[in-house]
Ligand binder design. Structure first.
Ligand code: NAP
Length: 295
C-alpha cells in the first residue's frame, strides 16, 4: 500500500504555522508581511494562479496587493513598475506572473527585480546563492517539493533521483537541491529532457522520480520501479465536458497504474500545486522578518 503525499493537507498545516507567525509579528507591534502580484493581460490560468495567491495571503493574515496591467503595457512601463515596487518600503516581496505578452522580455523583467524582494526565487542572484548553498529565496515549486519530502520523512540519501524536465523554474533547480549535501538531498541525480535517450530506462532506475514535463499521463505505471517515490509536478488542463469548468487537471504520471507500484506518490491536483503557494508565502514572511531584524 502506498502513502499518498497530501500537498493540500501539508499546505493547510503550513498555513496555520504562517498565521501563527503573523500573530507573533502583530504582538510585537510589527505589520503583517506584504506581498504584491503583478498580472498582465487576461489569461485565464494566470488569473486563477494570481487569485489563489491573493486568497492564500488573506487566509494567513498577510497584506496583499494585486496590480493589473493591460496586455498593451510596454516593457519600459513594466520596468518602471518593478523599479517602484523595489523601492516600496511597505512591500516585502512581489511576483510578476508569467507568461508575459510576446513584446515583453521576461528575463529583462526578472533581472530588474530586487533579489531581496524576489520571493519567487527566479532571479539569477537567488539561483546562484542556491547553487552555493547560501541563504536566499528558493524557487517556490522546488522548495515545496523539498518540504513535502521533509515532512513525509522520505529518505533521499544515496538514492537515484530522476528528474524529467529541465526548466529554470522546476527541473534544473530541483536537480541542484536533490544533489546537495542536505536533508532532503544527497541523491545521485539524473536530469532528463527532450533530447535524453532511453528515457524509459532512466525512469526504471529511479528510486525517486520527479516528473515536470507538462505532458499529461506520459509516465506509464509499468515504467516505475517497485517501491519508488513519485512526485508529479505536471499540471495540465485537459478538456472534460462533465465538469462545470470544462476541464480537469492532469499530472505527467498515469496515477492509476503507477500508484500501486510506489511507496509514496503525490496526486494531481492536491500534491505539489498547493505547496508552491505555501513556499511563496514563507519567502515573503522571511523577507518581512529580514527587513525588520536585518539579515
Ligand atoms: P517547461 O518549461 O515546458 O519544461 C518542460 C521540460 O520537459 C523541458 O525541459 C523539456 O525538455 C522536457 N520535455 C518535454 N517533453 C519531453 C519528453 N518527451 N521527454 C523528456 N523531456 C521532455 O515546463 P515547466 O514550466 O517546468 O512545467 C512542467 C509542468 O509542471 C507543467 O505541467 C506545469 O504546469 C507544471 N508546473 C506546476 C507547478 C505547480 O505549482 N504545481 C509549478 C510549475 C510548473 P527541453 O528542455 O529539451 O525542451
Amino acid at each position: 500500500m502506498y502513502t499518498l503525499i497530501d500537498g493540500k493537507a501539508t499546505a493547510a498545516q503550513i498555513h496555520s504555522e504562517l498565521s501563527m507567525e503573523v500573530q507573533n509579528r502583530l504582538s510585537k507591534g510589527l505589520r503583517p508581511p506584504h506581498l504584491a502580484a503583478v498580472l498582465v493581460g487576461h489569461d485565464g490560468a494566470s488569473q486563477t494562479y494570481v487569485n489563489n495567491k491573493i486568497l492564500a495571503c488573506e487566509r494567513v493574515g498577510f497584506q496583499s496587493t494585486l496590480i493589473r496591467k493591460e496586455s498593451t503595457v510596454t516593457e519600459s512601463e513594466l520596468l518602471e513598475l518593478v523599479a517602484s515596487l523595489n523601492q516600496d518600503k511597505d512591500l516585502d516581496g512581489f511576483i510578476v506572473q508569467l507568461p508575459l505578452p510576446d513584446h515583453i522580455n521576461p528575463e529583462k523583467i526578472n533581472e530588474a527585480i530586487d533579489p531581496a524582494k524576489d520571493v519567487d526565487g527566479f532571479h539569477a542572484i537567488n539561483l546562484g546563492r542556491m547553487l552555493l548553498n547560501l541563504p536566499g529565496y528558493l524557487p517556490a515549486t522546488p522548495a515545496g517539493i523539498i518540504e513535502l519530502l521533509r515532512r513525509y520523512n522520505i529518505e533521499t540519501e544515496g538514492k537515484n533521483c530522476v528528474i524529467l524536465g529541465r526548466s529554470h523554474i522546476v527541473g534544473s533547480p530541483l536537480s541542484v537541491l536533490m544533489a546537495r549535501s542536505a536533508r532532503p538531498g544527497n541523491c545521485t541525480v539524473t536530469l532528463c529532457h527532450s533530447k535524453t535517450q532511453h528515457l524509459k530506462e532512466h525512469i526504471q532506475r529511479a528510486d525517486i522520480l520527479i516528473a515536470a514535463l507538462g505532458k499529461p499521463g506520459f509516465v506509464q505505471g509499468e515504467w516505475v520501479k517497485e517501491g519508488a517515490v513519485v512526485i508529479d509536478v505536471g499540471t495540465t488542463r485537459v478538456p472534460d465536458a462533465s465538469r462545470p469548468s470544462g476541464y480537469k487537471l492532469m499530472g505527467d504520471v498515469d496515477f492509476e497504474t503507477a500508484a500501486p507500484r510506489c511507496s509514496a506518490i503525490t496526486p494531481v491536483p492536491g500534491g505539489v500545486g498547493p505547496m508552491t503557494i505555501s513556499m511563496l508565502l514563507w519567502n515573503t514572511l522571511d523577507s518581512a522578518n529580514k527587513r525588520h531584524y536585518g539579515g
